[in-house]
Design a binder for this molecule. Structure first.
Ligand code: MG
Length: 162
């Protein structure tokens, strides 16, 4: 039997179209840009992928099941709320995030000028040192059709000995 203290890995993915007239919020950081992710909440694809990685690792339902985009309660919601809720669900199971790594794929906005701010914000939300949270931006030379896609992996560990 695998011990309950063994680490758990989770994978998350999200993709949103980038459209005019939407704020561009990624990782909880507002980025000045002509287009932003379309969606029911603030459409922060980065935080959505992160949440799904956390929830997946914990064996919980995914983000869309817990916070359905048919629920008016979540219209325009800040996705930082979803991260806070996911962290609480992990804590209820005696789990914490030990590290996270993300890939953000889009041609616009350029991530590099905002990478440090996003990384710091993620570290703060997950109560981790910055060295345990990382992200990289990838561009596709126009091959991506005006969207932002995010892949996230996290490792969960037991918060304390049971
Ligand atoms: Mg999403």
């Amino acid at each position: 039997m695998v011990p309950d203290s063994a680490p758990r890995i989770g994978l998350g993915w999200d993709r949103h179209a980038l459209v005019e007239g939407r704020s561009c919020i990624l990782g909880g950081v507002e980025i000045p840009n002509e287009v932003g992710p379309k969606g029911h909440s603030d459409a922060d694809a980065l935080l959505h992928a992160l949440c799904d990685a956390m929830l997946g690792a914990a064996g919980l339902d995914d983000l869309g099941t817990l916070f359905p985009d048919t629920d008016p309660k979540w219209k325009g919601a800040a996705s930082t709320q979803f991260v806070e809720a996911a962290v609480s669900l992990l804590h209820a199971q005696n789990l914490v995030v030990a590290s996270a790594d993300l890939v953000v794929i889009c041609d616009s906005p350029k991530l590099a000028p905002h990478r440090a701010a996003i990384r710091a914000n993620l570290a703060q939300m997950l109560d981790l040192p910055v060295s345990r949270v990382n992200l990289k931006g990838k561009t596709t030379e126009g091959g991506f059709g005006g969207a932002v896609e995010v892949q996230a992996v996290v490792i969960l560990i037991a918060a304390r000995k049971a």
